[in-house]
Ligand binder design. Sequence first.
Ligand SMILES: NC(=O)c1ccc[n+]([C@@H]2O[C@H](COP(=O)([O-])OP(=O)(O)OC[C@H]3O[C@@H](n4cnc5c(N)ncnc54)[C@H](OP(=O)(O)O)[C@@H]3O)[C@@H](O)[C@H]2O)c1
Length: 251
Amino acid sequence: MQFVILTGASRGLGAAMAERLLSPSRQLVCVARSPNEALAAKARARGARLDYRLCDLSDAAAAVRLADSLGQAMKSASDVSRFVLINNAGMIEPIGPVETLAAAPLAAALQLNLAAAMLLTGSFLAATDASGAERRVLNVSSGAARYPVAGWSAYCSAKAALDMFTRCIKAEQGDRPNAARACSLAPGVIDTDMQVTIRAADQADFPPVERFRKLKADGALGSPDEVAGRILAYLERDDYGEREIDDIREH
Ligand SMILES: NC(=O)c1ccc[n+]([C@@H]2O[C@H](COP(=O)([O-])OP(=O)(O)OC[C@H]3O[C@@H](n4cnc5c(N)ncnc54)[C@H](OP(=O)(O)O)[C@@H]3O)[C@@H](O)[C@H]2O)c1
């Protein structure tokens, strides 16, 4: 059996991955602030094992409680051949020049996009270390981790740090027995609520906004389901983790 934890499963890319992961032979644990009734209905219809946790991962204390609880769930799981953690939850805001960013939204963005993923990864690695099962961590990154974007300093910085964190996991796991494999994967531009928020930004806050409006008008955004399928196929690869920084558009 696979045991998969997926954050940000209420909508967008995460919801699309969750739907594809539903199976009676897989324990799927989803996390988001809001429920996903369509996913719950599909899980019931397919006899899939879905454990859906409501948690605000931008709240550091709530993220710690969740990480502890998921650690317990992983430790008490039996017959697991592979544990998977997909850190997908993310937010693009706050958008604007850094001198306009308020402390609270900035802290929330760094907590969600970076600190929560680090915390969940730590709990995942600790809880599964002695399991003997294969272990894979997928951090959903962004092209914006790898080049600067005016108005997105919070997002770019957190995603760049998520990339570096993934490289550090690889360095720490090294060639120890049953080393966990990790990858920070950019998913391309996808037609989700995050893109709605991006297109609604004021040009003064986000100078390249027109480029994103044009991508939508040109039908150039990936569909969440199609991208989800490609990411989950990538996660299955035998050489998963050999490239710890990658971009699904290159595959
Ligand atoms: N869309 C793109 O073009 C694009 C491009 C590059 C990278 N990405 C990355 O892909 C991932 C998925 O993005 P998306 O486009 O699917 O975004 P989305 O449509 O905005 O969905 C974001 C997901 O994250 C969850 N989330 C947001 N804040 C949360 C919080 N405080 N606590 C817990 N969960 C939270 C949301 O659930 P709730 O609101 O219910 O909490 C939702 O399920 C993100 O990491 C994003 O950075 C997206």
